[in-house]
Design a protein around this ligand. Sequence first.
Ligand code: DSN
Length: 476
Amino acid sequence: MSAQAIPVPNDFNKVLYAPLAEVDPEVAQIIEDETWRQFSGLELIASENLTSLATMEANGSILTNKYSEGLPGARYYGGNEHIDRLENLCRERALKAFDLDPKVWGVNVQPYSGSTANFATFTALLEPQDRIMGLGLPDGGHLTHGYYTAKKKISASSIYFQSFPYQVDPKTGYIDYERLATNANLFKPRMIICGGSAYPRDWDYAKLAATAKQHSALLMADIAHISGLVAAKVQNNPFEFCDVVTTTTHKTLRGPRAGMIFFRKDKDPEAEAKINAAVFPACQGGPHNNTIAGIATALRQVSSPEFKEYAAAVIKNSQALGAKLLSYGYKLQTEGSANHLVLWDLRPLGLTGSKIEKICDLAHITINKNAVAGDTSAMVPGGVRIGASALTSRSMGPADMEQVATFLHRAIEISQVLQKEAGSKLLKDFVAKATTGEGEGRKLIEQLAGDVQAFATRFPLPGVPDSSKIQRPAGH
Ligand code: DSN
């Protein structure tokens, strides 16, 4: 067949064919700035990672155009023959990545995020006002596991369900499973939720399953943070004990931003129908097919031997960073880490998480303030959470993580100088000195920022085929 000439688009449609830099220089500039920030800084947010070029290509593809409410083979729109293939492939890869028997487990890959995956799971398996127990937010749990305060029900999971959190032992920082069991005897939960956002240790699913069984409660694991480590079998396996497992896809799993729900089909023959109906139409509309393509691509990588090496390296790196911080005499919750993160208790230093987050930001080190066990005010968290997943994706090893810990140590020393210079403990005075002051503290921040950039730019940035071509944008 001879090639036919395709007419050029008419004037008002020309915009549909031009590259971003041409049609929207403002957004293009923001992307360029953010690329430089990711390349020239140290990304230590425990819930973040740096996904692959292939995943980004899939995620930014033409699949974004398609509506496909429903499931493969049963859609509310025509034209879904390729989307059906894609979603089936993604589901197959999801089960394979976690080594799950498709006769026993099913998966829904449509959730837009971890939060909606969790709410859809509650919608599917609970009645309104049923009782749930999850790890409390100030103890390292996640908002969506029933968080509320004395004044307000914050998460929808506490608005529509009765929530009674469990806690870590404030002395050790480890989950207090015995107290959980005692409280479960009183509260009689319908569901126990394992999983957290800032818990540096592995989970004893067998213990939680025993407590759940005693009350005929469902056991759910939200493995958002650790799913890459679970898939690589370098953490305990929740699938052995849980009825339902949710995850995000962009943390240790290193995919695009989304969620998944795995459900056991053999114990509850209706689980599949209930979960699927809860995702759509109960909680969501059309799936984001471009994202599902990104998940599928990431899951293919997860099943590779290299990913298993990556996951093991994440834990080694987190432990190397923790050990170096401990060697400076700092206090870590649980004295270290068994996964991708450490939780650093700053209270013995007279510093707050907000101050260290701010100093680190000024020095191109990205971390987040976080409550530590025993914190009395959620507004002034006493620690910071530090994760190793993203820097491990940048090919850093334990010696590099020790260097990172040395930078963090300098950030602490600088904060102590600034605190003295500010003459008060107020955050606003501290920030003023850190940003506009002309004292020693400000000078030290600039030195640290320079050293961090020089170090970070030695490592490649995933998703960018040739990092040496990344330009420092004007004004940075
Ligand atoms: N916001 C994520 C975290 O930082 O842990 C969880 O959703």
